[in-house]
Design a binder for this molecule. Sequence first.
Ligand SMILES: [Zn+2]
Length: 323
Amino acid sequence: MEFYPGIICPGFVNAHCHSELSYLKGAIAEGCGHGGFAASIAKVRDNFTPEQRTKALLDADSNMWDEGINAVADIVNDNSSFAIKAQSQIEYHSFAEVFGLKTSNIEQCKSLTINPNTTLTPHSVYSVQSNDFAKVCRHSSAPLSIHFKESEAEELLFEGKGSLAEWYSTVGFECDFLHFGSPARRIVESIPAERSVILVHNCFVTQEDIDLIMSHFSAPVYWVLCPRSNRFISGVVPDVVHLLRRNHLNICIGTDSLASNHSLSILEELKCFENIPLEELLRWATFGGAQALGIKPRGVINIDGVDLENMRLTPQTVVKRLV
Ligand SMILES: [Zn+2]
């Protein structure tokens, strides 16, 4: 018998990741905002060799395993991550992300779904035209993982204002979905009620959005928070966690990618939430993500360096994999 100080719990589930962007670790400046972030990626993404990308993916995968992560909801745009995921001890669900307002990548995404555990999802409600959105919803019955209200520009686009609207008009993108009137309305009017959805980021979600979405869906809705990515990209510290908790919603935790984070550590994400009971945080990071992916929690991890008297994480808290 072995004795471990601290807490023992099932392995973590990373409910939102883009492992294939791991090669961008340290390559993108912090705080450049949404438009700036996308532009920075476009600028540097061709500076890396396939070998560098593969090495970065391998490192990300083994670091996640060491950090106590047993399952990952992983967004994919290409084939680069599947060979590594097939060899991994981590259980991956890959979401092939459909987007494109002028030219669509849906056929390429469909070709990715021949890989194990890979299904289509729309990138967001601001980057996919109606026809593709409907095709994705019809393609399977797996959960959809949608970037949702990460920035204020998303809501403003539906009012013809803000930075997204300006960018689209500069480059000549026309949206055929603005008649929905808001991101939340597009969600409920485009996705069947019995389809489970994983909404990612949620920084600017309002009570009205929650009411609308929760009154529509009969299937569970999962709300993923990626606090360190939000801080990295736009300096936003989403206060929305309290709103989600008040509404008793299913909360999950994601890291987003190494393009917008310093590590793929669920424990470090949890440390961003102050004054929330540790049992609740651990539930989000384990059962929450597992339910979203329709899997059972697996693995056993040891969380040490916890303030056990107040049941809070501390800056010194560390995680160690036991099984
Ligand atoms: Zn993302």
